[in-house]
Design a binder for this molecule. Sequence first.
Ligand code: ASP
Length: 311
Amino acid sequence: MAQPVILVHGGAGTHRSSTRSEKIAGVQSASDVGWRVLADGGSALDAVEAATRVLEDDPQFDAGRGSYLNLDGEVELDAIIMDGSRQDFGAVAAVPRVRHAISLARCVLEESPHALLSGPGAERFARQRGLTVPSAELIDPELLARWYDSRWRGEALAAAADPRAGLANATKAEPAATPGDTVGAVALDSAGGIAAATSTGGTKNKWPGRIGDSPIVGSGAWAVDGVGAISSTGHGESIMRVCLAHRIAFHLEAGMDASAAAAAGIDHLSALTGGEAGVIVVDAAGQVGLAWNTDGMPYAWRTTQDHGAGI
Ligand code: ASP
């Protein structure tokens, strides 16, 4: 019997005003919900989905309700869930009008012959399962006001008019987009099952159709029983260049502990891309690791004996 553990994160960046204690309370609620699943003998896969749904409902995070708006003022979501027992995943990308993209990703894993669905096709798949909501339900008033704000609107329109401006002007040495508040969870259950989940609205004023690292297997998440699970947040265009989650899994397989593997992954990303990111890791022994190269990343974890949270 393994000692179960859950670890959740908010984003390596900040996309909306809220206090540190509000953010910590948000990740603690998610960790508590995920923990309940594990404590009742549930699977790591169910636990990471349940925890991520709580964060998708909390508008202080950039996922589900409260997601960043794209250039057109719309929410488009990316999410992935990975089951370490099967080494298999489901993911959705650039999908609008879905409140719980993580559950849609779970449906892709369980109910489709595919692994990653995007855009209108993903929305149609969601509608068949009753998972769509009106767009307005996802839009946070503060983010909408900021989108309308002349400074933001100027940025958005400049980027729309000139594809070399704004996000599209990011060079490899100097990424333009700052990370938001992507959410995720990793867990180990009492049967030794491991899982990871990541869900996001992406980056501020992103180009419509832009897909970040979050739904890309090995970048936004990775999970294999006997090795560990990883969920990433940060500048997606940088994270994808180093396949951050999979790279950390390699470190675990090579015998590094979860903390060292997380730190090595972030160090490599910083050195190669200069991008900003954060990761959470749980290894097969139930050890947890956290690393980020930004001002902070809200996290919360829980085991039978102990729990903790911070930024
Ligand atoms: N990784 C996300 C993306 O690039 C953003 C974030 O983590 O806040 O879409």
